[in-house]
Design a protein around this ligand. Structure first.
Ligand code: UDP
Length: 336
């Protein structure tokens, strides 16, 4: 099976799981459409015969994630930074605002761009939705909970965030983005939906440089028999959601009428330590990489695990892909 087949199978699986949920004939604007999750959304929506406007400035997105769609009649690519104004003539039905760098290693280098994408960018994307009378999906993050005191964390937990810490540029701008969505709903009656995305992995997640996240970095290191870089003692936890589950959850959130004005956690509730993750990846890749311990970055949350009962109830959604299965698929994809 080739690299593209793994993605195509995933797209087919998402469409099958969505059942009668379809965006056929709707025009969907996706900011950050060339990114990891944005490009999966583009693929699924094009398969469903929606019209897709994919907007990206390639800050962290990649042209290669969407280049195969450029010859599709119902796909349009616009290279643009969403923190700057932009106007569309065609009628837009749904705006999905994903544009933002999301890797903690980027927080140090690009904090201003991150704040702009989530504040000015959210404001501009909301303005587009308002002008077109479109639905608005904001992709927020588990980061807004900071170092959560309630695990698994429900949407009703308001968070424990350090506004002046290195992660503040991301946490606080996503929090401001959420507040902006609610302001547009309250003041203008806009149909907004907020997803709080928990750690997600899968094909198209970058492994290179500051863009790499723990799963992509560990797989890359294991496949090359390089030391696996554990930050801190590795006893901190995360809960990893496979990309097909995440994308299905986002589309369900954009779809159901009952989800209007709601904020919903989307993630996998299976919590594991970073050390356990390293061991699982070593085993699947049959790697003899050593474990290399590095200092824990500041404000790195000790535990992270979503309470997904609201998504189960409201969106009739559940995470389905087990960690070992998802990792195996991602490893296959990264091998090519
Ligand atoms: N991490 C690690 N080694 C790496 C990259 C990350 O041990 O090479 C840890 C990181 O400190 C954090 C967890 O893995 O505790 C998840 O990191 P990620 O970059 O995926 O994002 P986060 O969940 O912190 O937003």
């Amino acid at each position: 099976m080739g690299k593209e087949d793994i993605i195509q199978e995933g797209i087919t699986e998402i469409i099958r799981n969505l059942k009668n949920i379809s965006f056929e004939d709707q025009t969907v604007l996706i900011t950050g459409g060339a990114g990891f999750l944005g490009s999966w959304l583009c693929d699924v929506l094009i398969k469903q015969n929606a019209r897709v406007i994919c907007l990206d400035n390639f800050a962290s997105g990649l042209e290669g994630n969407v280049s195969h769609l450029l010859n599709q009649e119902n796909f349009k690519f616009v290279k643009h930074d969403i923190s700057q104004p932009i106007y569309f003539d065609e009628k837009i039905d749904v705006v999905m605002h994903l544009a933002s760098r999301a890797s903690p290693l980027e927080f140090d280098k690009f904090p201003i761009q991150i704040i702009k994408a989530n504040t000015l960018g959210t404001w501009i994307a909301l303005g587009i939705a308002k002008k077109h009378g479109a639905k608005f999906l904001f992709t927020s993050t588990s980061e807004i909970y900071g170092d959560a005191k309630i695990i698994p964390t429900p949407e009703t937990y308001n968070g424990d965030v350090n506004p002046v810490g290195v992660r503040g540029c991301y946490d606080e701008s996503k929090r401001a983005g959420e507040a902006m969505c609610m302001a547009y709903m309250r003041q203008h009656g806009l149909d907004v939906r907020i997803a709080r995305i928990f750690n997600t992995y899968g094909p198209r997640m970058r492994a290179d440089g500051v863009y790499g996240r723990v799963v992509s970095r560990f797989i890359h290191q294991a496949l090359n028999n390089k030391p696996i870089t554990i930050f801190g003692d590795g006893k901190q936890t995360r809960s990893f959601c496979y990309v097909t589950d995440q994308v299905e959850g986002l589309l369900r959130l954009a779809w159901f009428d009952e989800a209007k004005g709601e904020v919903v956690n989307i993630g996998n509730p299976n919590e594991i330590t970073i050390l356990e993750l390293a061991e699982i990846i070593k085993k699947i890749t049959n790697s003899n990489s050593s474990l290399d311990f590095h200092p824990l970055p500041p404000d790195d949350p000790r535990r992270r695990c979503p309470d997904i009962s609201k998504a189960r109830r409201l969106l009739k959604w559940d995470s389905k892909v087990e960690l070992k299965e998802g990792l195996t698929r991602m490893i296959e994809w990264l091998k090519f």
